[in-house]
Design a protein around this ligand. Structure first.
Ligand code: FDA
Length: 391
């Protein structure tokens, strides 16, 4: 066999796996169906690629088996990736909450990975489609637009379903099923929520307004900015909670995060008795939003006229505002795909299939999904490294 390791998918996970296996002296070939590698890296982080998060822990990932990601993450940490970034002279900065971004461009990350692959002797083929995969004695044979290719190790790094226009396909899930793996139901994550009917009408004209909230679903909550859009809600707090929310589940917002709403309203009543509620709220929230709240749900009047019971009720509303979302914007705008290849069928140390020797699944195609903030790339690097050391 001409190659020892064939990798389907030239995204972050595939390239990381390729360079690690290549450094071990393996003959590695990456097969990418798009016309270039790393398209999602290029568009990530607003063109600056949030390439890792220094605070990465297994708790930042969703998976049916929350323990699965531990081993790979422990063996390839954010510091390992930062070491490579620094070795390539790429300037970076921390934006917030441990999120590291390139100062200049995400193109530098793609170039770094491709340079590392070239140094390690990896062959990268773009615009290569795979028509069929068969298990053969001692490995796998692929019918491709570049002819029949075979290798003892086959790594599936085809990513998830988000942003189909960037080359996303469900091919990885098909391969998993072909070799007997379970694929857990997939859905869009890190995705804006849509509103319809009255909830959407109530926010009419506020598109572009942004402010900090705490978004809560079940026992999970995220405190960060929320953005009102012309279709519903977005912004980091909403994108984060979207991965935990499913239609029909209650979703609630604390509109005054970090403050005791009753204490705030009580203080305002004592200190500004003549001020109207909308003015008082307009100091704590964007004025247009505060005014709208008073029009749609709260009773606007001078603070002195509120009874203690009314203040208490209002404090409850402000700190536990229900959101009636109709759904999400779907894969078209999703940052990630939740679900995917069931980790029960994979080794957590090597990412190798327990059912088919020499077959590996890495990156987003696997049922491991990170929060917003560089965690998904860290999973791509870490799982790619794990398979690259084994394949
Ligand atoms: P990825 O999708 O990157 O790569 C899969 C590759 O396989 C693609 O190149 C694709 O073309 C190829 N492929 C698919 N089907 C194929 C087939 N049949 N044959 C051959 N090749 C095939 N994360 C983060 O940590 N920080 C960030 O800043 C961002 N920003 C961001 C922005 C946007 C707009 C999106 C959509 C996503 C992010 N993410 C992110 C998430 C992150 O991009 C994602 O989790 C990783 O790219 C996943 O890496 P993979 O290599 O697993 O898949």
């Amino acid at each position: 066999m001409e190659s020892e390791v064939l990798i389907i998918g030239g995204g972050g996970a595939g390239l990381m796996c390729a360079l690690v296996a290549g450094r071990r002296g393996r003959r590695v070939r990456v097969l990418e169906h798009a016309n270039r590698c790393g398209k999602k890296i290029l568009m990530s982080g607003g063109g600056r690629c949030n390439f890792t998060n220094t605070g990465t822990t297994p708790a930042n990932f969703l998976s049916a088996n929350p323990h699965f990601c531990k081993s790979a993450l422990a063996r390839f940490t954010p510091a390992h990736f930062v070491e490579m970034v620094e070795r390539h002279g790429i300037a970076y900065h921390e934006k917030e909450l441990g999120q590291l971004f390139c100062d200049e461009s995400s193109k530098q990350i793609v170039k770094m990975l491709l340079d590392e692959c070239a140094d390690a002797g990896v062959r990268v083929d773009t615009s290569c489609s795979i028509e069929r995969i068969d298990a053969i004695p001692g490995g796998y044979a692929l019918q491709t637009t570049l002819g029949t290719l075979s290798a003892p190790s086959l790594v599936v790094a085809t990513g998830g379903l988000s942003i189909p226009s960037m080359g996303a396909t469900g091919f990885g899930y098909e391969i998993a099923r072909q070799f007997g793996h379970a694929v857990l139901p997939t859905r869009a994550g890190l995705v804006p929520l849509t509103l319809t009917g009255r909830p959407l009408e109530e926010l009419a004209g506020l598109s572009g307004v942004s402010f900090p909230v705490e978004a809560r679903c079940g026992r999970t909550s995220f405190r960060n900015a929320m953005l009102i859009t012309h279709r519903g809600l977005s912004g980091p707090s909403i994108l984060q909670i979207s991965s935990y929310w499913q239609p029909g589940q209650p979703l609630r917002l604390d509109l005054l995060p970090g403050r005791d709403a009753l204490e705030f309203l009580g203080d305002q009543q004592r200190n500004r008795p003549a001020a109207e509620l909308k003015t008082v709220l307009g100091d704590a929230l964007p004025q247009r939003f505060a005014q709208r709240l008073c029009e749609i749900a709260l009773n606007n009047k001078p603070m002195r006229q509120f009874t203690p019971a009314e203040l208490k009720k209002m404090a409850g509303q402000l700190s536990d505002w229900p959101v009636v979302s109709s759904g999400t914007e779907g894969y078209r705008t999703a940052g990630v795909t939740l679900g995917g290849v069931d980790t029960d069928g994979l080794s957590s140390t090597t990412m190798e299939s327990k059912l088919a020797k020499g077959l590996y699944f890495i990156g987003e195609v696997v049922d491991v999904t990170g929060w917003l903030g560089g965690y998904n790339f860290q999973w791509a690097w870490a799982s790619g490294n794990a398979a690259g050391l084994a394949a």
